[in-house]
Design a protein around this ligand. Sequence first.
Ligand SMILES: C[S@@+](CC[C@H](N)C(=O)[O-])C[C@H]1O[C@@H](n2cnc3c(N)ncnc32)[C@H](O)[C@@H]1O
Length: 325
Amino acid sequence: MKWIKAYKNWLKDTHERLIHIENKIDDCINQNDLLKNDLQDIKVSHKSLFEDINNLEKLYSKSNIEITKRLIEIRERLIHIENKENEILGYTRENEFKAINQSSSKEYLSIFPDSFINGKHTLFSRNKAYYIKKNTDNNLKDYSRLLTFTLNIEKVISDNIEGSLAELGVYKGSNAAFMARYATENDRKMYIIDTFEGFSEEDISGIDSCKSKQFEDTSLEAVKEFCGEGEGIIYVKGYFPESVTKELEDDQFSFVSLDCDLYKPIRAGLEFFYPRLNKGGMIFIHDYSSGYWEGCTQAVNEFCDENELSVVLMPDKSGTAVIVR
Ligand SMILES: C[S@@+](CC[C@H](N)C(=O)[O-])C[C@H]1O[C@@H](n2cnc3c(N)ncnc32)[C@H](O)[C@@H]1O
């Protein structure tokens, strides 16, 4: 019968899920003295659930109603165990990160890719110096992000994708400074776009109404001093998109960083830059998978849906999304 086949598949999936949970719990017990009792309790309820699921097979001959009742009850217990598991994993995640940071360099390879070791992207060290100069702990030293920028800006340039570079959401200029170096060395323009006074009240609304004003401790003068005032380095101060100048409006782009966190400026940034992005050009949108800047995620999802675009997600600290034209 069809339902028996579906039911057997469900049993198989549930078995696999439980075995996975059991392994996780064992790992946690080994690592967590503090949670030992909690974990042992879960293990006991997990064991009895496992037995009950095995016994379910004996119910094949019983009525559908009886089996459905047992299935619902088992499902609820499984959900309870999964919730508990998430709670415990959340607690241990911090320790896992600490462990990763202290582990051998082999497990920490994301900041030492072959391209760097083999000297193909020699500018990484220089970029790093800019990246942390004004903000020594920039994004908790998110070097995965820095490397992703380094690799991709260099690709856009070596592939001869024409167009200017830009960053909307600059703060103290940690990204903008090394982007500006690439622009200057390759005879391209670099637009550095910000209020230079932090978030605007206008943007702290709707999905972002719970966010507070941030990033005020910067200024146009300080960023100019840091990023330089060469010929192709163009500062656009003010509330974006109202701040858009004629020069910006008429330009084409090869590499754009959107790092303005909130729904309204991210949405406005996508609407402005995507049509001006040359084929092969890239837009990097910071914070997409952060789980904190929901406005950013929503703006990207809406824009991609409306324009039939897809994103590639990066595993850097704040979850960058990338659109390639
Ligand atoms: C997270 S910070 C940028 C960090 C920077 N990219 C870095 O890597 O160091 C966000 C910036 O977006 C800017 N911003 C947000 N909304 C804006 C808007 N509507 N117009 C201009 N700038 C905006 C803020 O002023 C703030 O400096």
